[in-house]
Design a protein around this ligand. Sequence first.
Ligand code: 5AD
Ligand code: SF4
Length: 391
Amino acid sequence: MSDARHRRSRDVAGEDARRGGRERRTDGEGTPSPVPAKREIVRLLNETDDSAVLALFARADRVRRKCVGDAVHLRALIEFSNHCRRNCLYCGLRRSNGKAVRYRMTVDEILAAASEAAAMGFRTVVLQSGEDPGYAVEDLCGLVRNIKTGTGMAVTLSIGERSRDDYGRLKEAGADRYLLRFETSDPLLFRKLKPDSVYEERFRCLRWLSELGYQVGSGNMVGLPGQSEESLADDILLFRELDLDMIGLGPFIAHPDTPLRGSPDGTIDRVLRVTALARIVTGNAHMPATTATGTIDPRGREKALQCGANVLMPNVTPQRYREHYLIYPGKICIAEEPARCRFDAETMVSSLGRTIGRDAGDSLKRPDRRTGKRPSPGEDPPGGHTAPRES
Ligand code: 5AD
Ligand code: SF4
């Protein structure tokens, strides 16, 4: 991402749309495909006609099929530490939450959990933690190297804001992907909810990650206190501006031991609309049906998979730690064994008439470094997986 493009992303997301025009882009065959303008996105977020909302979901499902195919990619999630140096107002892991029972898995424990995931058939492992200064970067690099050599899995990191040097070293050690949600594109809301983070620095991290060659994921929360439809529309347009490889989004869920206790949770309806619009606007990004979405609605992940999502992240964190990674309350998949979480995900996928992705589910946006070719979206017909042209 260039500096100019990055600035544009933050400052004028959706500016084209605000000027009233409809951006047109072309797919591989030169057929124009409209990107909804900001006012159209806001209108769809507020739409009260059920049939129009169902049509939006159906359109997103068609775009998903065309751009990323029917395969659902499974990523094994290991939540390896719940220590965090930040104090985000919404999060149960915030440093001021004295009620959180803190844990930090050893590098050997993490490696064992990753090996178990590989043995279960996972092709990607996601290593997630709070922003924990308790691991030296050399140790994390050693861990990544061992996972790569021992299992061959793709490694995704989700460990927050770090220095460019750390990101570079982890990439050299073999990390493939990085998840860092921007949470909200609204700078004022960001400052309020993340009092010890700096908006510009977050986007600088995203730029570094992209420059270093990571497949980059970002995302937001839906239904944050003080979040307007306009700001959600900006989030959606920013997904496109940032040209993300992965987009993770879910509802805000109020945690009782945080300053946002008692605030209303995000709704499934709103999350599904944002999911659908994100798919329509971005085309071929990988998009998980998140645990938070499954937490506010027992069929939330199935619903998300039917309006744009194409990834599931079964939790393979060892049982004894899992109940303590409580970003928000009521989290599903706390009690199940790792193998059970995978089995449930497989059952969900086949009940929807979809298939499990057989490969590592790399980004469809970046040319493969060895062959110079873009990966194909599995069972999908050839062509058309850059721009969401519907058939
Ligand atoms: N509700 C829902 N999602 C949350 N996150 C943090 N706190 C909450 C909450 N209360 C999300 C953030 C973060 C991700 C790991 O979890 O988006 O990036
Ligand atoms: Fe820490 Fe992330 Fe929670 Fe913020 S959202 S307190 S950075 S774990």
